[in-house]
Design a protein around this ligand. Sequence first.
Ligand code: NAP
Length: 253
Amino acid sequence: MILDSFSLQGKVAIVTGCNTGLGQAIAVGLAGAGCDVIGVNRSCPSETKQSVEQLGRQFVDVRADLSKLDDIPTIIERAVSELGRIDVLVNNAGIIRRNDAIEFSEQDWDEVMNTNSKSVFFLSQAVAKQMITQGDGGKIINIASMLSFQGGIRVPSYTASKSAIMGLTRAMANEWASHNINVNAIAPGYMATNNTDALRADEKRNQEILERIPAGRWGKPEDIAGPCVFLASAASNYVNGYTVAVDGGWLSR
Ligand code: NAP
């Protein structure tokens, strides 16, 4: 049955930044497909934990700050000691800082690059080592952005970090495909989450954005879950290094 290849029954997924927004929908989507979830967050992910457990799956709550690398060994140790293995990593945690490029500070540059790019690379590296030790492959899914493809306005470090994600996705895919590790990315369009509160509150920008989206609406976190399950499953075993846009048609305009 073709649908069996989409099943994640018995798999273990790490999802970063899953207390809210896209990460929450991803964690619940993966659990719905059969995954137990290691949720990596700074804040309490109680709502996500409850939703995952209601689906009959386990949720391990790991608190970590991904603006630095120090917590990465603990994430791997907790995953392996509590759930035995790691099959899927979703690098979702991310931040944004808005200011004119001419005024942009080094702090706003470093904080965004460290969280959105540097930690993504080194967490992926640590997870890939574990997957290689396990010997039966795995799936790494990075959350990119429209600003992996476009320049954006007033978000230079975010654009740099998400452009890096698309390149890193290809680079990691090339080196790890021979270990049956698929590395791919999802580029969400304009999604209604905390990350876009400021944009949606700006009436002019909100209207401009809505008018440009062929689907005529902001994306919902649940819109990301299906593509993520696909990329986490055996159904995508021959998809490597690709960034899938989930954007209501934004990039097709
Ligand atoms: P969100 O609602 O602001 O959620 C961001 C998540 O990242 C939160 O769970 C947050 O946890 C976590 N996080 C941030 N800094 C962290 C750190 N240092 N350590 C650990 N966790 C950290 O944003 P979202 O819209 O769901 O965004 C999720 C991902 O999608 C991000 O990578 C974002 O760039 C990307 N994205 C979003 C959109 C959009 O339109 N919303 C579009 C394209 C891409 P805390 O609450 O604990 O800080």
